[in-house]
Design a protein around this ligand. Structure first.
Ligand SMILES: Nc1nc2c(ncn2[C@@H]2O[C@H](COP(=O)(O)OP(=O)(O)OP(=O)(O)O)[C@@H](O)[C@H]2O)c(=O)[nH]1
Length: 451
């Protein structure tokens, strides 16, 4: 039977409605009405059968009579609500018992609505439609929430919610990975506590003051170091923005930049290294010399420099070829590097076949000893040098200079003195060390001694 007067547009998907009634007349009537509205209907004449069918067909709505043989409607409704598979299916009681107490009991047992018999058809249609709309809205809301949760849980970026006091209220799995702690250990902790300085101080100050103007300053993205539970640090970009909803919450996003940092560091290292030998290049040496010069001057400590040049290297190259020459330079660089024993010593290739070794806090005698040890070790490499007029093997000449820098000295004077000493060693026959003192203090001492 169709009821055009109460016709409503058929739902986008044909909703399935389970009608539970032991009275054939009312069952048939409800079935006619609902089918007329375009719904698919299923019927059950007992509570037990209704439970079974509901589990299997997962209807969108159940119309349930209260008075049923065996398991009554109230108990059936309770059981439906206690089973995970049917708990979310809305139930409308349809009953001749329409006292307030009956209606209240229906709601207490989990009903979504209550229709009193005798049935008024427009009312049945409206209530059914209303429940289906509520269910559809709630399903799409649940779907949205699930989707959002999947996105947030699957993000590579760490996402956190912070209160206005800067304490963590929510962390997604990626932020737990970034921070190195499980979510339960992060909840309630101030974010600043997990940062290294100077960001830790800034964030603590911002959130402590928490006036709008101060907080506005923590907006945006900055590079921070996160303290890991094992004490190590991880570089991240941290973006902070207020939650648009107007709640007093902040959204913090962590983006791991370890890889960028690593390649940045690798680039920096490459820019400071000599590509042939892997030891420091001239650029790094110049910066280091300037630093150590200032330190030695502040502390009035001796600073020594060795300048080392391969003997007759042109002849070596000409006879054995450039590739063999390169290998020879690599062997010399390794030998030199092996003598850079202290953390502050720096071995570098100054250019061509010329090398330097900077020895901070090293007096004249110490520098001369290191220079001689390097010279002897290179000779001991026994790299054949057939055309050399100095030796059968590759040798080096080394100039060493030492200075206790004063404000009357110039940084380049140390290099110039060592370079001159190296040329003196060449002039004196090569494969030897010449060690000299340099600078105002040295000359002053010699003036006193000469008197
Ligand atoms: N294989 C190779 N040779 C280089 C490199 N840099 C400079 N040389 C060579 O080193 C040689 C240096 O020659 P010279 O400056 O004339 O000096 P030397 O032959 O070593 O003679 P003395 O220094 O007087 O003992 C040149 O032939 C350069 O081509 C390099 O990176 N690889």
């Amino acid at each position: 039977m169709n009821h055009p007067a109460f016709a409503i547009p058929a739902p986008a998907h044909q909703a399935a409605i389970l009608i539970v009634d032991d009275a054939p007349a009312s069952l048939g009537l409800l079935q006619d009405i609902l089918q007329g509205q375009g719904y698919r209907t299923f019927v059950a004449t007992s509570g037990e059968r209704a439970l079974d069918l509901a589990q299997r067909i997962q209807p969108d709505l159940i119309l349930l009579d209260v008075m049923l043989p065996g398991l009554d409607g109230l108990e059936t409704c309770s059981r439906l609500k206690h089973q995970a598979a049917t708990a979310d299916i809305p139930v409308i009681f349809v009953s001749a018992c329409s006292d307030t107490a009956d209606i209240v009991a229906g709601f207490e047992h989990g009903a979504a609505d209550y229709i009193a018999k005798p049935l008024r058809l427009p009312e049945v249609c409206s209530r059914v439609r209303a429940q289906l709309q509520i269910r559809s809205a709630s399903q799409s809301h649940t779907h949205q929430v699930k989707r959002l949760r999947m996105i947030v849980d699957g993000m590579d970026e760490g996402l956190m919610l912070l209160g206005q006091d800067g304490r963590i209220q929510y962390t997604n799995p990626a932020s737990e990975r970034c921070l190195g702690y499980p979510g339960r250990e992060l909840a309630g902790r101030p974010l600043a506590e997990l940062l290294a300085e100077p960001a830790a101080r800034d964030f603590a100050a911002w959130f402590d003051q928490s006036d709008d103007e101060t907080l506005a300053r923590c907006r945006g993205t900055r590079e921070v170091l996160l303290r890991q539970p094992d004490g190590s640090l991880r570089a991240m970009d941290l973006s902070l923005s207020p939650l648009a909803s107007g709640e007093q919450l902040w959204v913090a996003v962590l983006h791991d930049i370890t890889h960028h940092k690593q390649s940045e560091n690798a680039l920096q290292r490459a820019a400071l290294a000599d590509p042939l030998t892997g030891i420091a290049n001239r650029r790094q040496f110049d910066a280091c010399l300037e630093r150590e010069w200032q330190r030695a001057m502040r502390n009035a400590r001796p600073l020594s420099l060795l300048v080392l040049d391969v003997d007759h290297f042109k002849l070596y190259n000409d006879l054995l070829g450039h590739a063999a020459g390169d290998q020879c330079l690599q062997a010399i660089a390794s030998t030199l590097q092996a003598h850079a024993l202290r953390a502050t010593d720096l071995a570098a290739r100054y250019g061509g076949e010329e090398f330097v070794l900077l020895l901070p806090d090293t007096p004249h005698e110490g520098a001369a000893k290191v220079a001689e040890a390097i010279r002897a070790d290179i000779e001991r490499l026994r790299v054949p040098s057939p055309r050399s007029t100095t030796s059968d093997f590759v040798t080096v000449s080394v100039g060493a200079s030492t200075i206790v820098p004063t404000q009357f000295d110039e940084c380049r004077s140390l290099f110039q003195a060592a370079d001159r000493a190296m040329y003196d060693a060449k002039a004196a026959g090569r494969n030897r060390v010449t060690a000299v003192g340099a600078g105002y203090a040295w000359e002053a001492m010699h003036r006193v001694l000469a008197r």
